[in-house]
Write a protein of this length. Structure first.
Lengths: 298, 488
């Protein structure tokens, strides 16, 4: 069996695309031409073999994280574990909850170590690691349903902000959710922390025992899911405005708690068309910054 | 066709397969995808389902399946120009409008430089036209169609064996409440992506509509489309009934047919039976409005067919006469004999008449829902294609530019703008997206000669040779578009 990671520039000639198995990264670096080339080479070098490294420890990565002890050896695996530990006493969580963010961080780390860049990002399917130097900023679009490309709102992260990680979790994404949120987007100091926190907050947006929510054991859908027999959300019928508010409030309380502990910088929670924002910084840089309204009136 | 790099390993359990495309080695259940969302289990076969899609032209012409190349090595043998057609699905759109469409692809076709401008258009002027094959009464014309209680469209004309609905459009998308717009947008997207959508019609039925699938009316899946109207059914089957039964009534909400009075019966010298129909007689043997419309026999609301009859005429009718009553799909049928008081009494149906009912069933086509997406490409979309947008419209009208949607043929309406319709079952799965404005995102491609593109004021600096797309675009494994029920 020969498996070759896909490594190449995207059609725009600016961004690097790295794909291997389930890992799919879009990378962009800014700096001098030689710096960008060096950064992309470093990214590609670090990317080769990364998936095999993770898969070597897959059974442990899919088991509940032990808050007291990390049995993992790989750098990325240990970062995943560290990201979920703050939640492991109160919740069932496996290091897999931080895999996307931890991989993004690893590649970004390899890039900034080998080249002088002004800004860079590694986007791993919506879980994003950021690098920003003086005066630079990123405009980030938030998506309300990962299964449909809809832009909800945008936020701007400047080099003075603490956030260097963004992640989105919800019931429409690749992985299952225990909650009913359409999307929870989190800003946190690192991508792996954002990834783990988004999972926890999305799980908290919930209406336990509500008849509109249908659930089924995770392993019935995906035989090797790390969630095993835990009930994951399959479908949510239309909820009343009151139920939507209650579900969002449960998630917002969780997000607020994490923000107070310094685990996240902010979160936007989305459920059936309604949004709750928990933020130390104004998350909603308001739609008018992006001329969506204008463009659609064709 | 799977290459050896994506061999499927039998995993003991017959229904799930183990993918060994990468070291994650996912177990994948039927109908599900692996962790990567790139490989899926389709009826026990591992298939690749990438979002970047290159359709072989042969597929859009109803041809064979396209093999895909797995892994990172391109063998160079799969893309045989000019048979490859690049679609807009997954191309993405960029804001603001004046940025050139994400991929503007050039390839050599018959010695002529061809350009395909691939973009995903955002359509706030869009909707779907739905044709539901059923005789059942779904609701009165112009009645409001609702999804989750929100108005998303209306019942329009009744057509042959079917009811048309018109859903979406700019008024429901942007003219009503925020929730109405959002629900409309979701319903349009799901219908366009061949997913089922439940809708209720004011003063009518609840219907589950899914493109390429039978409609489900009030919880019951429709099986057959009528063989014809009641009168036409009499015409088709008169010979088969001749000599086996004295009278046949084909119950139909629109045109109920009566054998003894119908021209087809007269030609066979079938005698008067003394039957007395309710409703309004149109021409001999053809009756309108024999009952109220509904979801019972032949699209009427009746469950007892005798309720459409008055008393038999004692001057003509005689005891012992036999009568078959049947609906236009053969789904309902009953056999009667007149007693001494000329009352029809239900009897067991003789085998030869049962065979004729089965023949009616056999001759019915399967009842389906058909969904046509309709959208208008306005100024902003065209601006992504050329500097001088109106020239693109003119070029389409002059047939210099071919318009397709996800590689599927479209019908472009005459008149102003580029307003097109496309059968959603001919697009690959998941081709439609949305923005919360709300508006739908649909693929649209304009194909023309490179020289014509330049003349239109095309973004020549952004034209890319097809070869440059091959490295980061996968050919998608998909079934032929001629199979209507292929998508889950």
């Amino acid at each position: 069996m020969s498996r070759v990671p896909q490594i190449g520039l995207l059609a725009d000639g600016r961004r690097l695309h790295l794909q291997d198995g389930p890992i799919d990264l879009i990378v962009e670096a800014r700096g001098s031409e030689t710096a960008v080339a060096a950064a992309y080479q470093a990214a590609a070098r670090r990317f080769a073999g990364l998936l095999d490294e993770l898969c070597a420890e897959l059974p442990l990565l899919r088991a509940a994280a032990d808050p007291a002890h990390c049995p993992l050896r790989g750098m990325v695996a240990r970062r995943m574990h560290a990201a979920v530990v703050p939640f492991a006493r109160e919740h069932f969580i496996t290091p897999m909850a931080a895999v996307a963010g931890a991989v993004a961080e690893e590649i970004l780390g390899a890039m900034v170590q080998s080249a002088v860049l002004t800004r860079a990002y590694v986007n791993n399917g919506g879980d994003i690691a950021l690098y920003l130097q003086g005066g630079e900023h990123f405009t980030v679009g938030l998506i309300d349903r990962p299964d449909a490309c809809g832009l909800m709102r945008t936020t701007i992260i400047g080099s003075g902000d603490p956030s260097r990680g963004i992640a989105t979790s919800g019931r429409h994404g690749r992985s299952f959710s225990l909650g009913i949120a359409d999307a929870v987007t989190v800003l946190a100091p690192t991508a792996s922390q954002a990834d783990a926190a988004a999972t926890i907050i999305a799980n908290a947006v919930d209406l336990p025992e509500h008849p509109a929510v249908s659930r089924c054991p995770a392993h019935d859908l995906q035989p090797d899911s790390d969630l095993g027999a835990r009930l994951v959300t399959r479908d949510v019928a239309a909820l009343s405005d009151r139920d939507i508010a209650a579900g969002l409030a449960a998630g917002a309380a969780c997000a607020h708690h994490l923000a107070m502990k310094g685990l996240i910088d902010g979160a936007a929670l989305r459920l059936q068309g309604e949004t709750a924002v928990v933020a130390l910084k104004d998350l909603d840089a308001a739609a008018p910054r992006r001329p969506i309204e204008r463009t659609v009136h064709a | 066709m799977l290459t050896d790099t994506t061999a499927v390993t039998a995993a003991g359990n017959a229904d799930k397969i183990r993918c060994d495309a990468c070291p994650v080695m996912c177990y994948i259940k039927p109908g599900a995808a692996g962790a990567c969302d790139r490989y899926a289990n389709h009826d026990g076969e591992l298939v690749r389902v990438d979002p970047h899609i290159v359709l072989e032209r042969t597929v859009s012409h109803g041809g064979r399946l396209v093999p895909f190349q797995a892994g990172g090595d391109w063998d160079g043998k799969i893309v045989h120009e000019p048979s490859v057609f690049v679609t807009a699905i997954g191309a993405g759109t960029t804001y603001p409008d004046y940025k050139p469409a994400p991929f503007i692809v050039s390839s050599e076709v018959d010695g002529v430089d061809m350009v395909t401008v691939v973009t995903e258009g955002i359509f706030s002027y869009c909707g779907v036209k739905v044709k539901i094959d059923t005789d059942r009464h779904l609701g009165p014309e112009t009645a409001t169609v609702r999804v989750q209680g929100e108005a998303v469209g209306h019942v329009t004309t009744g057509e042959y064996g079917s009811q048309m609905l018109s859903l979406g459009g700019v008024h429901h998308l942007t003219g009503g409440s925020k929730k109405e717009g959002r629900v409309t947008c979701d319903a349009l997207m799901d219908l366009s992506n061949c997913k089922p959508v439940e809708m209720t019609i004011d003063g009518g039925a609840t219907v589950v509509v899914q493109a390429g699938r039978p409609p489900i009316v009030n919880g019951v899946a429709e099986e057959r489309m009528r063989v014809g109207c009641g009168s036409a059914t009499i015409g088709m089957f008169a010979k088969q009934w001749h000599g086996k039964v004295d009278e046949v009534v084909v119950v139909d909400d629109h045109i109920t047919g009566v054998l003894s009075e119908h021209q087809a019966g007269k030609l066979l010298d079938i005698g008067d039976s003394g039957i007395k129909m309710k409703g309004r007689r149109s021409t001999p043997g053809r009756y309108f409005q024999v009952a109220e419309p509904g979801t019972g026999w032949g699209g009427t609301k009746i469950s007892d067919p005798l309720s459409v009859l008055g008393p038999f005429d004692p001057k003509t009718a005689r005891p012992g006469m036999t009568m078959l009553m049947v609906s236009t799909t053969g789904e309902h049928a009953a056999y009667y004999q007149l007693d001494a008081a000329l009352q029809p009494i239900e009897q067991e149906m003789p085998a030869d008449l049962r065979a004729s009912v089965e023949r009616i069933q056999e001759n019915c086509e399967p009842a389906l829902c058909t969904v046509l997406f309709m959208g208008g490409a306005g100024g902003s979309l065209r601006a992504g294609v050329t500097d001088n947008p109106v020239r693109l419209t003119r070029s389409v009208k002059e047939a210099l530019t071919r318009v397709t949607s996800g590689g599927a043929p479209v019908y472009v309406w005459p008149g102003g703008g580029i307003t097109f319709m496309v059968d959603v079952t001919r697009l690959p799965a998941g081709a439609f997206g949305y923005v919360p404005t709300p508006a739908l995102v649909a693929p649209i491609e304009f194909t023309m000669r490179l020289s014509d593109y330049a003349a239109l004021g095309g973004h020549m600096d952004y034209v890319r040779p097809l070869a440059s797309l091959k490295d980061n675009t996968e050919i998608r494994h998909m079934s032929a578009p001629s199979d209507p029920g292929r998508r889950p």
